[in-house]
Ligand binder design. Structure first.
Ligand code: UD1
Length: 421
């Protein structure tokens, strides 16, 4: 298993190009199931999660052609051979559940294994199921699989979500595009990836209004057509690399970065004394001399502080001046990086969904273990600031969400390498 070795203490300088969003690509790819005509995605990230989604779609009969080293994906669902998403693929990644809505909408049936994914909580599917049932689907759980049918097709309806789930909003939004009549999704998630999905679906011919707000209205159409769509910038990769100079010192410009994607995050950086400026090409971050200041952070649904940046922020606060309190409100088991950071000399107390971080002057390099995608990258960031060598093992989680992390960081001056084995 590969590991990443980081030697701390090198200030960074230069530019990092931010990739297309993993979480947007993972919902845009299954949108191909809604149409017989091809969907072309540009600015697609090159990640193992994308390969998993490709394998899942191929198992349904979708033709997937990757060009430009995977940066461009052409997907065609003109001849589907299956409507079953098998456990062997789905267990690798929770986002596999995003084939459910489109399969039901166009093929009136789907059998989808209950998903796996990061070990960061129970992550049930009840909101997806209730929402699709509101559109007329009948869904049963048998042998670990959701068996869904929509006899005569889905019908538009009012769909209130009990919580603004990202995946459930995406599933029902895709399903509603081909349902008969009007669907109103209430308490919809507002994440930029949903806005991106709606934009792509509209190019395919869907009638959608209100994405980016908590009420999305969809008027069903008979068929969707071809489209070409550029995947939105990955705001989580952006936030992660924006933190790199805060750990290591120096200045980094994140190309493709936009303030509107990371507003709540930038507010916290500002409070911590970190300077962020919008440039023509992206966002520039630098750390003035001295330590960052402690700040309290609560994760929320968008536009609140993203749970996917909580681990990285915690790592940063480990060496901030003062005591910070982090509250995790989206997932119940998402502080698995805390004991690893403690191995590096951090002072963190975790009680349920709250972590209290007492800033220390310096972290010290140590062998640590990545336990989920964002936890792994938080340990790499911590390594950039630590005295000596940090060895992050089990980095296969990292490859699910960050393309070429060691190349991107070494290009701006970090001492980092991947050791294969
Ligand atoms: C998506 C993102 C993930 C991010 C998360 C929250 C993708 C591929 N993944 O995940 O990176 O961390 O949003 O921003 O886009 N829940 C239920 N029942 C359901 C669905 C969800 O109880 O039917 C709960 C989950 O257990 C969790 C919370 O709702 O506690 C958030 O889940 P959700 O917004 O659905 O996240 P995902 O779409 O899985």
């Amino acid at each position: 298993m590969d590991s990443i070795v980081v030697k701390g203490g090198q200030p960074l300088s230069g530019q990092i190009k931010i990739a297309g969003a993993k979480n947007a690509a993972l919902t845009l790819m299954p949108a191909t199931l809604l149409s017989e005509e091809p969907l072309t995605l540009t600015n697609a990230p090159r990640l193992s999660d994308i390969k998993t989604m490709t394998a899942l779609l191929q198992s349904l009969g979708v033709e997937v052609t990757a060009m430009k080293d995977g940066n461009v994906q052409v997907l065609s669902s003109h001849a589907l051979t299956s409507t079953t998403a098998d456990y062997d693929i789905v267990r690798k990644m929770r986002a596999s559940n995003l084939v459910l809505g489109p399969l039901l909408a166009r093929h009136h049936q789907a059998v989808v294994s209950l998903p796996g994914g990061c070990a960061i909580g129970a992550r049930p599917m009840d909101i997806h199921v209730t929402a699709l049932e509101a559109l007329g689907a009948e869904i049963e759980l048998k042998d670990g699989y959701l068996h869904a049918v929509a006899k005569g097709g889905l019908k538009g309806a009012k769909v209130p979500l009990r919580f603004a789930s990202v995946g459930a909003t995406e599933n029902v939004l895709m399903a509603a595009t081909l349902a008969k009549g009007i669907t109103v999704i209430e308490n919809a998630a507002r994440e930029p990836e949903i806005v991106d999905l709606a934009k792509c679906l509209r190019t395919m011919g869907a009638q959608i209004e209100g994405e980016g707000t908590s009420t999305i209205t969809v008027e069903g159409v008979d068929r969707l057509g071809a489209a070409s769509h550029a995947v939105v910038t990955d705001r989580i990769e952006l936030g992660t690399y924006m933190l790199a100079p805060v750990f290591a010192g120096g200045e980094v410009e994140c190309l493709g970065g936009r303030l509107d994607l990371v507003e709540s995050f930038v507010e916290k950086l500002d409070a911590a004394g970190v300077s962020v400026t919008q440039t023509q090409a992206g966002l520039k971050v630098s750390r003035a001399n001295g330590r960052a200041k402690a700040v309290d952070v609560t994760t929320e649904v968008f536009p609140g502080f993203p749970t996917d940046l909580q681990a990285q922020m915690m790592a940063m606060l480990c060496t901030a001046e003062g005591t910070s309190v982090l509250e995790e409100k989206i997932f119940e088991n998402r502080f698995m990086h805390a004991p690893e950071l403690v191995r590096m000399g951090a002072q963190i107390e975790v009680h349920g969904g709250t972590a209290t971080v007492h800033g220390v002057e310096r972290l010290k390099g140590a062998p640590v273990m990545a336990t989920d995608l964002r936890a792994s990258v938080s340990l790499i960031l911590a390594g950039l600031a630590a005295e000596g060598e940090t060895i992050v093992s089990r980095v296969y989680h990292l490859d699910r969400g960050y393309e070429h992390v060691e190349e991107k960081l070494s290009a701006v001056g970090a001492q980092i390498e991947r050791v294969t084995g």
